[in-house]
Design a protein around this ligand. Structure first.
Ligand code: TXA
Ligand code: MG
Length: 345
């Protein structure tokens, strides 16, 4: 159903309008510290259904419920394990999502029928103000069409969802730029379902060793559908090279030169240091900032992907960042964006 999507400022009027729309069962996209979310009242089954429809998201992929404060947890879950209390006290508000036993007030559709619900308290002041003004838990996936790159600005949201949602609150660029870390606390040991803006090392420092969910470790089952191989993807083919810096740069050079020689338009999505040594190739590029500042790279990753995509290169080339700290989440998103086009050197 097409509608006019309002672009709302983040002043008192914009926030009051957004909260009124949400309470009326409408969908409002809003900034969080990670990425923009597509919000609807979590207790309202019609709003929840509208979220899935607007995104084109399969009903099998559960949503995250956002709260203003950890003290509201009892409204949405049945039990709060000790590990959840510790993690909430340490990392909320912030980019950590906890999977806990779902409370009866949360419609099953939020969780794709699972007995669990994913919950997070966002730190972004606009998300905080919106949650407080609405006074209700807000279900919000990333505000992109299903499978596409997550949005880190109001313009990205409009590019994907204009005409499909009531409004978007324009809070400027998302400060972190990568989605929250998703941790399942319903099993015997905490399990990482999705690496994200809070590093595994930081979480383990608080609660001890964590099981890392990989495709191999869960086989055909799909505990977190965000684990789908192709996700967070631009609509251009992306090749990802993994390996030591010198070997990766050599591969990027050879591959770029071959593409250019074949008349193909290449888009490089790389840190400054890589671009500096490849600048003679004449390839289009988006800089991710210095390789020594992974948080800056995270902040720019999705905007860089979308900017390159808009210029329609024939192929995008990128490099892996390893598995330490934030690099784990960066590499995870790039692997999914590559959709199988991964080269180990
Ligand atoms: O940073 C974020 O997490 C952003 C902002 C808006 O909060 N939200 C976000 O939502 O990335 P979404 O829907 O794009 O990703 C939610 C992830 C998916 O991988 C989903 O499968 C997983 O969380 N998830 C949600 N509920 C779950 C549940 N009950 N059990 C297991 N995984 C769940
Ligand atoms: Mg998403």
């Amino acid at each position: 159903m097409l509608q006019t999507t309002a672009l709302l400022p983040i002043d008192a009027t914009g926030l009051a309008t957004a909260a009124a729309l949400l309470r009326d069962g409408q969908l409002v996209a809003f900034p969080t510290e990670t990425v923009y979310g597509l919000g609807g009242v979590a207790f309202d089954p019609l709003a929840v259904a509208a979220i899935f429809a607007a995104k084109g998201r399969p009903a099998s992929d559960p949503l995250i419920v956002h709260l203003a404060d950890a003290s509201e947890l009892a409204r949405v879950v049945t039990t709060i394990p000790a590990a959840a209390q510790r993690l909430a006290a340490r990392f909320w508000p912030g980019p950590l999502t906890l999977v806990l036993p779902r409370g009866t007030a949360i419609p099953p559709a939020v969780s794709a029928g699972r007995a669990t619900v994913a919950v997070r308290v966002p730190a972004h002041p606009v998300a905080q103000a919106l949650l407080r003004a609405t006074g209700l838990p807000i279900a919000a996936p990333s505000a992109n069409r299903f499978g596409h790159t997550s949005p880190t600005s109001a313009a990205h949201v409009l590019a994907d969802l204009d005409g499909r949602i009531a409004a978007v609150l324009d809070g400027g660029p998302s400060p972190l730029g990568l989605e929250s870390t998703v941790l399942d606390l319903t099993g015997a040991t905490p399990t990482l379902l999705r690496p994200g803006a809070l590093s595994l090392e930081q979480v383990e420092a608080e609660v001890g060793p964590i099981t890392v969910m990989t495709r191999a470790s869960h086989g055909a089952a799909m505990p977190a559908p965000g684990m789908l191989d192709r996700h967070y993807a631009p609509d251009r083919p992306l090749w990802l090279v993994r390996g030591p810096t010198d070997a990766a740069r050599a591969w990027l050079r050879t591959r770029s030169a071959a593409e250019v020689a074949a008349g193909q338009r290449v888009g490089l999505l790389l840190p400054d240091e890589d671009l500096a040594v490849l600048s003679d190739l004449g390839a289009d590029h988006e800089s991710l900032g210095s390789a020594s500042d992974l948080s800056a790279i995270a902040q720019r990753l999705y905007a860089g992907l979308r900017a390159l995509e808009a210029r329609q290169p024939d192929v995008i080339l990128a490099r892996d960042f390893g598995e330490t700290g934030l690099a784990r989440a960066l590499s995870d998103r790039l692997r999914r964006a590559a959709a199988g086009g991964i080269v180990d050197v």
